[in-house]
Design a binder for this molecule. Sequence first.
Ligand code: THU
Length: 133
Amino acid sequence: MTDRELVDRAREMQERAYVPYSNFRVGAALLCEDGTVVTGCNVENASYGLCICGERTAMVKAVSEGHRKFKAIAIAGDTDGPCVPCGACRQFIREFASSLDMPVYCVGKDNEHVSYTLDELLAHSFGPADLGK
Ligand code: THU
């Protein structure tokens, strides 16, 4: 699975987004440690605060299927620059990242993806080891 292939899987998932309120479609594709790819999209709700991001949809799907270590994630949105994950999703990625160098591929409208490490997106982060886990 190349970074481009993962980005393409994220892009495809924008189609499934349920976004009647924001009309902002986000697709995500997660590469798990064993090579499995799990995808997700954002799912909104009339009670706005309950909206679930595309990244977290993918991660919760993965964990519920038994995948607890992630190697990479791709995020696609129709932003002018690269579509980067929100703060809550960064912390959620942190929980299951295989390392702080885990790549996060971000792609916007122009389809040119940028690769950030988790550590770049969430510096000095708090994680399971800080609780002795
Ligand atoms: N959204 C995501 O899916 N991922 C992010 O990292 C940022 C925001 C969604 C939430 C909401 O459905 C819409 O984008 C507008 O905020």
